[in-house]
Design a protein around this ligand. Structure first.
Ligand code: HEC
Ligand code: HEC
Ligand code: HEC
Ligand code: HEC
Ligand code: HEC
Ligand code: HEC
Ligand code: HEC
Ligand code: HEC
Ligand code: HEC
Ligand code: HEC
Length: 324
């Protein structure tokens, strides 16, 4: 801190500190009143100083690393270490009982004792006192909430860099539980998630959403349009399944087929279009596989899309058959 030389300035500073102290006491009373109730007795007298009587403050220690985090900003009154806040106990809950317990009982009576032995809702309550804003408005009753996934399962609080917030490491956090999707993003064709160019949270709102599969937008297509705007159209000649749901043909996480296709053409297309009666048969005198006769040539690598190249829709006056 800069040392004030003038007596007058020192007085102002002192008065300011006294005032700050009073405000701090008021804030703290309010913070305690706002904090969720707990069975763990009262809050410790000295806040973090009480805890640090036994726990390490050194930033390289597991506990002390909290001081490297966004939460430990004494200059930001909204954070647990801001003026008038409850410091360690803002998250861990009242610590009196823990501090005064017998050694063998101690570990049981504080929140976030590993392995977390409390219901997720109880662990999340203090976080939601400060973070129950718009971003997490849909948390209550969301898929993760209902499945007892606590905030701290995804977020590392005692850390300078929370891996779930960094593009390169986010998927590793989800990988703890979502093995199937992780296997998919490792397939030969996938969104560049492992490269950190696309993250799970570009498409999913993990804090809850009103949409199925926790999507960030009301429909699958709107999610896709946010990056693949050229597929939105409007098209003169629409291809119905495209306008309906991109996932009719694409696996959003990854696939063993090029362009993340669920199946490769012609099989992809033949799920909906019968080969028999294809007009090209009349023009070329050959049938398509699945039908009778020859025509294998149509279906070599790329198959249908060799001719119907505007599979997402066409703006060409003569594009009704999605060929130009
Ligand atoms: C008198 C010493 C002492 C004080 C003061 C103290 N703790 Fe602890 N704390 C311990 C000990 C010892 C353990 C380990 C208990 C065990 O392993 O069973 C522990 C465990 C914990 C744990 C669980 C981690 C683990 O490894 O089991 C948390 C979280 C914790 N303390 C937070 C706090 C907070 C927050 C405060 C301040 C309100 C605090 N402690 C004050 C001694 C103390
Ligand atoms: C922003 C919320 C928050 C604050 C503030 C906080 N902690 Fe924690 N603490 C957690 C969470 C959540 C865990 C569970 C492990 C994790 O996610 O890192 C934890 C874990 C711990 C552990 C167990 C570490 C282990 O071995 O896994 C100790 C001990 C602890 N905290 C002590 C403290 C002390 C002491 C302070 C104050 C100096 C403090 N915490 C401040 C949220 C917080
Ligand atoms: C006393 C209020 C308070 C409590 C309690 C609290 N936080 Fe925060 N947290 C904040 C503030 C303030 C910020 C900074 C927000 C900003 O910059 O807009 C923050 C930031 C964060 C961030 C973003 C960190 C970053 O590096 O950008 C995450 C994630 C977070 N909190 C999660 C949690 C979780 C999980 C808990 C419960 C274990 C928790 N918080 C408890 C006030 C709190
Ligand atoms: C399934 C994993 C997961 C869970 C559970 C989770 N988060 Fe997050 N959180 C994320 C991811 C991923 C981001 C970054 C992308 C985003 O904001 O959606 C994030 C971002 C944040 C941020 C910073 C950005 C912002 O919106 O301000 C805060 C704060 C936060 N989470 C708080 C919480 C709280 C509080 C809870 C518990 C009620 C929680 N999170 C539960 C994964 C999770
Ligand atoms: C601690 C385990 C855990 C972690 C970590 C986790 N999830 Fe989940 N998640 C679940 C459970 C359990 C469900 C509900 C059951 C299911 O659908 O698999 C779920 C559901 C989902 C759903 C909705 C599925 C549906 O059918 O509606 C999405 C999307 C999702 N998680 C994305 C993520 C993302 C993205 C991350 C990483 C930021 C993440 N999850 C981290 C456990 C977890
Ligand atoms: C490009 C957008 C996108 C990205 C990135 C993405 N997802 Fe999805 N995810 C989707 C869509 C769309 C669905 C719904 C699929 C459907 O309806 O067929 C979905 C569905 C899910 C489901 C529900 C089960 C299922 O397969 O239908 C889970 C769980 C999930 N995603 C987890 C993740 C995880 C974890 C990541 C990051 C590793 C991730 N997603 C990345 C778009 C995405
Ligand atoms: C956050 C932005 C983003 C979102 C949202 C998104 N994508 Fe992508 N998509 C990309 C990026 C980046 C690539 C890789 C482009 C490259 O490598 O040139 C890609 C690649 C693709 C490819 C493969 C392109 C090729 O040439 O092989 C397909 C298919 C695709 N996305 C479909 C979808 C679908 C379907 C959705 C909606 C479920 C979607 N994308 C949502 C960013 C996004
Ligand atoms: C009827 C099946 C089908 C549907 C539905 C579909 N696609 Fe495709 N998509 C394809 C095929 C087939 C290819 C490969 C084209 C090729 O090989 O020329 C492709 C390729 C792509 C590509 C990479 C090449 C390019 O054209 O940029 C992107 C990106 C893409 N699709 C995005 C989307 C989006 C976004 C949606 C939803 C609006 C969607 N697709 C719906 C069949 C479909
Ligand atoms: C999920 C089902 C589905 C899939 C998969 C599908 N289509 Fe379609 N397709 C339709 C529907 C529905 C129409 C509209 C039919 C109509 O208007 O009579 C259509 C229309 C067409 C048309 C225009 C037909 C006309 O009469 O105007 C062509 C060409 C076409 N599809 C080609 C393809 C190709 C090529 C593929 C594979 C890349 C494909 N479709 C995959 C459902 C599908
Ligand atoms: C050699 C080029 C070629 C290939 C390959 C091809 N088509 Fe066609 N397709 C055509 C022509 C030409 C028409 C008729 C266009 C017209 O009437 O203007 C047509 C018309 C269609 C129509 C509209 C049918 C109708 O009754 O109007 C559909 C649907 C269709 N094709 C689907 C497919 C599917 C699915 C495949 C792959 C299994 C495929 N096509 C492969 C050339 C091709």
């Amino acid at each position: 801190m800069k040392i004030k030389k003038s007596f007058g300035a020192a007085l102002v500073l002192l008065a300011g500190l006294a005032l700050a102290g009073a405000v701090a006491a008021q804030d703290k009373a309010k913070a305690k009143a706002d904090a969720p109730e707990s069975a763990n007795g009262g809050y410790s007298e000295e806040g973090a100083d009480t805890c640090l009587g036994c726990h390490e403050a050194d930033h390289t220690s597991r506990e002390g690393a909290i001081f490297l985090s966004r939460h430990a900003r004494p200059d930001d009154a909204r954070t647990p270490f801001g003026k008038g806040q409850l410091q360690c106990e803002a998250c861990h809950g009242p610590g009196d009982a823990h501090v005064n317990a017998e050694d063998d009982e101690r570990g049981k009576i504080i929140a976030f004792n590993p392995p977390a032995s409390r219901p997720a809702g109880q662990l999340n309550a203090p976080c939601l006192v400060c973070h129950g804003n718009k971003a997490r408005i849909a948390w209550q009753g969301s898929t993760h909430d209902v499945n007892q996934v606590s905030c701290a399962t995804c977020h590392s609080l005692h850390s300078a860099n929370d891996p779930v917030l960094a593009a390169a490491t986010q998927a590793d956090v989800c990988a703890k539980c979502h093995k199937k999707q992780m296997a998919e993003i490792r397939k030969p064709w996938s969104h560049p998630i492992l490269a950190g160019k696309v993250v799970c949270s570009d498409c999913h709102n993990v804090h809850g959403s009103n949409v199925d599969k926790l999507l960030v937008k009301p429909t699958v297509n709107q999610v896709c349009y946010s990056c693949h705007a050229e597929k939105r159209g409007p098209f003169l000649w629409e291809h119905q399944p495209v306008a309906e749901d991109c996932a009719n043909c694409h696996s959003p996480h990854g696939s063993t087929n090029p362009a993340l296709l669920k199946k490769s053409p012609p099989l992809l297309c033949q799920q909906c279009h019968a080969a028999a009666g294809h007009p090209a048969i009349a023009r070329t005198g050959a049938a398509l596989p699945g039908g009778t006769g020859g025509g294998q040539g149509f279906l070599l690598a790329g198959g249908c899309v060799n001719c119907h190249s505007r599979v997402h829709g066409s703006n060409h006056p003569a594009g009704a058959k999605l060929m130009r």
